[in-house]
Design a protein around this ligand. Structure first.
Ligand code: GLY
Length: 351
């Protein structure tokens, strides 16, 4: 799949997601064709800036942009109000106005914090996502959820702000470490589980060593599923919750280990397995767990439920004494179950 693939996301402010190998080198032209402004700030982290900052800046300058770059240290620890304030100060220093544009170049941390800066600076300026990790390409760059973390938890302050354009270049995935690739694969497997049996089978018939063969098709299909879900429920009041399959227990796993031992994808993998093992047939559980293991993802953690479950009741998706969890009794079909925290704890007490 070498041709340009474009997915139109029809949310309150519509935009295109371009999926094309090598698009980073010509992103300046693509962006110039999309926005009126010729002043842009690239927001990125040190690791991604070293790899791709020059290419993106040059392409934009060659297409008439005046470009500044704000760089912060790579990692989730940067997704906080300190970094955000530094971004605001930088934007003031560069006299950025409402008609100018921010470019989020990097993974989910860069996309989330840049999106939140764009939602709030001058009460909102435009931004473009150039996601460089699998997780960011198939999940966080599309759909307009932006946020920073607080000491009390991840993504606790945020806003919905759709980007003006998303540019996915799967060449960038070649520089990911196997751990980062696995991290994104958990979300790809999730899309198969919640919506698309064929996608699941395609992923399950590959592994970490040969997934590049199906990468473009897989990225396209995952983004298209996200598009459908987000178009139906942009503000996360109903159907969009299916994207949280595995996340309630997954966030608990991440939180219990202080976000140090398990990546987000590993947490989601364990979360999907726990709920599936508890509520679904052996056949579904075995298919899911074998597929996750193909991608070096964990299917359980060595911790008892009494230690893990308190972290579920901190989940930000909780509402009053209730929470929603997602179950896929058949591969490709998701169900949202609303229950009390107490009933959920009882259900999962022997995991
Ligand atoms: N990452 C989940 C969502 O966008 O709703």
């Amino acid at each position: 799949m070498d041709k340009i693939n474009k997915i139109r996301v029809n949310t309150s402010t519509p935009y295109d997601v371009l999926i094309e190998r090598g698009s980073l080198e010509k992103c300046g032209k693509i962006i110039a064709d999309t926005v009126k402004s010729r002043t842009a700030v690239i927001i990125t982290d040190d690791k991604v800036n070293n790899l791709y900052g020059y290419t993106v800046k040059k392409s934009m300058e060659d297409n008439g942009f005046n470009v500044s770059v704000f760089e912060f240290p790579n990692g989730e620890a940067s997704k906080n109000s300190d970094t955000l304030n530094k971004i605001y100060d930088f934007l003031c220093e560069k006299n950025i106005t409402r008609s100018d544009i921010l470019i989020a170049l990097g993974g989910g941390v860069v996309g989330d914090i840049t999106g939140f800066a764009s939602a709030t600076f001058l009460r909102g300026i435009g931004f473009i996502q150039i996601p460089t990790t699998l997780l960011a390409q198939i999940d966080s760059s599309v759909g307009g959820k932006t946020a920073i973390d607080l000491k009390g938890g991840k993504n606790l302050v945020g806003a919905f702000k759709q980007p003006e354009l998303v540019i996915c270049d799967s060449e960038t995935l070649k520089t990911l470490t196997p751990e980062f690739l696995s991290d994104g694969m958990a979300e790809a497997i999730k899309y198969g589980m919640i919506r698309d049996n064929k996608l699941f089978e395609l992923i399950a018939s590959h592994n970490l060593n040969n997934v590049d063969e199906i990468m473009d098709k897989m990225v396209y299909t995952c983004i298209d599923i996200k598009r459908q879900v987000v178009e139906n429920d942009e503000f996360d009041k109903g159907e969009r919750m299916i994207l949280n399959f595995g996340h309630t227990l997954g966030h608990a796993v991440e939180g219990y280990y202080n976000y140090k031992t398990y990546t987000h994808g590993c947490g989601v993998a364990v979360g999907m397995c726990m709920i599936t093992k508890k509520l679904c047939s052996d056949e579904v559980y075995i298919k899911l767990s074998e597929c996750l293991e193909n991608y070096n993802l964990p299917i359980s953690v060595p911790v008892s439920s009494d230690k893990l479950l308190p972290f579920c009741s901190k989940d930000k998706k909780r509402s009053g004494g209730n929470l929603n969890y997602i179950v896929c009794r058949e591969i490709g079909k998701a169900e949202i179950v609303n229950t009390t925290v107490e009933d959920f704890n009882n259900l999962m007490s022997d995991i």
